[in-house]
Ligand binder design. Structure first.
Ligand SMILES: Cc1cc2nc3c(=O)[nH]c(=O)nc-3n(C[C@H](O)[C@H](O)[C@H](O)COP(=O)(O)O)c2cc1C
Length: 191
C-alpha cells in the first residue's frame, strides 16, 4: 500500500481519536472553573491514572497546581455546544459555571466540584505533572467515580447503550458509531 509522507504537525496528531472532556478545578480563593481538554488519556491501571495535556500557560493549570486536584467530566455528544464554549473562553474573565448554567456538584474527596450535568465524573488528585514543552502532562489519580444512576447497569458498570460520549477526531467533534466487538473477542473464539 503506497503511503503519503506527511510532516509531524499538531493537526496530524488528530487522526488519533480521543474522548473530549471537561476538567473542572477551583482555586484556593478563586471560583470554580472549567477547561475543555481534547488530549485526555488513560495513563495507568495501578495507580489508576488519567492524563490531561494542558497548555503550560492555561489559567486552569494554575488552579490545578494551586489545589492539587481536579475533576474530569465526560460530556455526552449532545453537550457539544457547551464543550466548545468552555474551550473558547477563559476563566480569567468568565464564570463558566454561572454563564453556562452548569451545576457544581459537591465532590466527596477533592476540593474541585464536578459538573453535575456530565454523565460521568472522576475526582482526581494530582499524582504528577510532567513538563513536555508547549503542554504539561497532568496525571490525576482517580479517587472517586460518579455515573448518572440511569446509566449504570445492575453489575455496576456504565451502560454503553445509554451514553454516547463526545470524541475529537481530526479537530472535529464526533460521536461513537455502533459496537463492533468486545475486547479480546479473538481469545474467546479460540477457546
Ligand atoms: C475541542 C477543544 C479541545 C481542547 N483541548 C485542549 C487541550 O487538550 N489542552 C489545552 O490546554 N487546551 C485545550 N483546549 C483549549 C482550552 O480549552 C481553552 O484555551 C480554554 O479557554 C482554557 O480555559 P481557561 O483559560 O479557563 O483555563 C481545547 C479547546 C477545544 C475547543
Amino acid at each position: 500500500m503506497a503511503k503519503k509522507a506527511l510532516r509531524a504537525t499538531w493537526r496530524n496528531l488528530w487522526p488519533l481519536p480521543a474522548t473530549t472532556v471537561l476538567a473542572s478545578c477551583v482555586g484556593r480563593d478563586r471560583p470554580p472553573n472549567i477547561i475543555t481538554i481534547g488530549a485526555c488519556g488513560i495513563a495507568s491501571g495501578g495507580p489508576l491514572l488519567i492524563s490531561l495535556a494542558i497548555g503550560s500557560g492555561q489559567y486552569s493549570l494554575e488552579l490545578i497546581k494551586e489545589t492539587g486536584d481536579f475533576a474530569v467530566n465526560i460530556p455526552s455528544s449532545d453537550q457539544t455546544w457547551i464543550t466548545d464554549w468552555c474551550g473558547c473562553v477563559s476563566g480569567r474573565n468568565v464564570d463558566k459555571f454561572a454563564e453556562a448554567k452548569l451545576t457544581p456538584g459537591k465532590s466527596m474527596r477533592i476540593s474541585a466540584p464536578y459538573i453535575a450535568e456530565c454523565p460521568v465524573n472522576y475526582e482526581c488528585v494530582v499524582w504528577g505533572i510532567v513538563g513536555c514543552g508547549s503542554h504539561d502532562l497532568v496525571l490525576g489519580e482517580i479517587q472517586q467515580v460518579h455515573i448518572d444512576e440511569e446509566m449504570v447497569t445492575e453489575s455496576g458498570t456504565l451502560d454503553t447503550s445509554a451514553f454516547n460520549p463526545l470524541v475529537s477526531f481530526q479537530l472535529e467533534y464526533w460521536n461513537l458509531g455502533k459496537k463492533l466487538e468486545d475486547w479480546r473477542f479473538t481469545r474467546k473464539e479460540k477457546a
